[in-house]
Design a protein around this ligand. Structure first.
Ligand code: PLP
Length: 417
């Protein structure tokens, strides 16, 4: 890991806490140290206000109304799409499909592209560190088409074994579906290189960006991927909204996956024709308020600068790693040289769930378990880990609260330091 490039005395550290009303509430009569950002992030005032302002002043259904409010709501919703385009540096806002989140975005590709394009014997590559959301949809489509799932193994430090990846990239591979950042280990995968190699082998690439989107600059043109999926709620935005970026020509060629209102051009009992992308993939009334809240979240992180956020979280990751490494009996799982702000660890003599419960009594919110990534837990021979995951509002104080709460747990379990 490189040296910290961000100072904790900078305003970004403490100033930003005030933007998030929930962070000032005590939990169990203790100061809250919210370190479960990999699961979901807290929301700044501007996002909360954007959603409630929509219901107070602009609520109407979109795309179908002739009246002013409907057109106004449509403009706000489509402005959300433009914000996503800017965030991802997509070439065209038609390449942005709103979904419920990462899971739905990956399922959309697996169902629409997978069911129409895959044949028996075709291959899909995933990696050994994927979230279940980037495994199960592909398994389902394999069952339906006879395609076969291949897995890139994970090295001891949590990086992917790229030599095996290169060997797996044979002529039958049609899709590589890979996490940008591992939610369980924090590994930042070399998605630019992996995409280049996949394309050279004639395969498409889907990047699961759930754990990257709030923590670094993401540029889909630079990555060169065909699809990129993310969730708004991991980006300081609302739940129930996210997006799929898809290359325009690919989205155009893919069949719809859900039928209903808004995704059609004409309907008769004999023949139905479909709307242009992205509407073709947005059947039914979408999460309009969610898209507007997401737009506010994107403005919020772009105002701070994702480079600044990345630098802050990296400095905190280095600080947290050093602090945890001083604790006897603690082992960090995931020590890749390029890591996002995720500290996954196990402690001798304390089950991660017990640890999570005791930390909670101290006001420290972490996640414990398999993190919806059971295969990578199996790879490391553990049932789960305790995971502290960082966000832009975390500070050294949160890490210190974590370390001290671990001390309390070790005392309770008779594991003396
Ligand atoms: N992929 C990764 C790497 C994740 O960490 C998560 C959620 O934790 C998901 C996919 C699924 O995201 P969602 O539940 O928001 O659809």
């Amino acid at each position: 890991m490189n040296a910290p490039v961000f100072s904790f005395t900078d305003n970004l550290d403490m100033g930003r806490v005030a933007d998030f009303p929930i962070l000032s509430r005590p939990v169990r009569d203790k100061r809250l140290a919210y370190l479960d950002n990999g699961a979901t992030t807290q929301k700044p005032q501007s996002v909360i206000e954007a959603e409630s302002k929509f219901y107070l002043q602009s609520n109407a259904n979109i795309h179908r109304g002739v009246h002013w409010l409907s057109q106004h709501a449509t403009d706000l919703y489509e402005e959300g799409r433009e914000q996503v385009r800017l965030l991802l540096n997509a070439a065209n806002s038609k390449e942005v499909v709103f979904t419920r989140g990462t899971t739905e975005a990956i399922n959309l590709v697996a169902y629409s592209w997978g069911r129409s394009c895959l044949k028996a014997g075709d291959e899909i590559i995933v990696s050994g560190l994927e979230h279940h959301s980037n495994i199960v949809p592909w398994q389902l489509v394999c069952e339906q088409t006879g395609a076969v799932l291949k897995v890139v193994p994970v090295n001891e430090d949590g990086t992917l074994d790229l030599s095996v990846y290169k060997q797996l990239l044979g002529p039958r591979v049609r899709m590589v579906a890979i996490a940008h950042v591992s939610n369980a280990l924090g590994t930042i995968n070399p998605v630019v290189e992996m995409t280049r190699l996949a394309h050279a082998a004639g395969a498409l690439v889907l990047v699961d960006g759930a754990q990257a989107i709030a923590h670094q600059v993401v540029d889909v043109q630079e990555i060169g991927c065909d699809f990129y999926a993310f969730s708004g709620h991991k980006l300081y935005g609302p739940t129930g909204i996210g997006a799929l970026y898809g290359r325009y020509d690919l989205l155009q060629s893919m069949p719809p996956w859900q039928g209903g209102g808004d995704m059609i051009r004409t309907v008769s009992f004999e023949h139905t024709t479909y709307a242009e992308v992205p509407q073709k993939f947005e059947a039914g009334t979408p999460n309009i308020a969610g898209a507007i809240g997401l737009a506010a979240a994107i403005r919020y992180v772009r105002d701070i600068g994702l480079d600044n956020i990345a630098a802050h979280e990296h400095a905190l990751l280095v600080y947290g790693t050093e602090a945890l490494q001083t604790i006897p009996g603690l082992r960090i799982i995931g020590t890749a040289p390029r890591k996002a702000g995720i500290l996954s660890f196990v402690i001798d003599g304390i089950h991660p769930h017990d640890l999570g419960t005791i930390l909670d009594m101290e006001g420290v919110a972490i996640r414990a378990g398999h993190h919806c990534a059971m295969p990578v837990m199996t790879r490391f021979g553990i049932p789960g880990t305790a995971r502290a995951s960082l966000a832009l509002y975390n500070s050294r104080e949160d890490i210190e609260a974590l370390v001290s709460a671990i001390g309390v747990a070790q005392k309770l379990f008779g594991v003396e330091r």
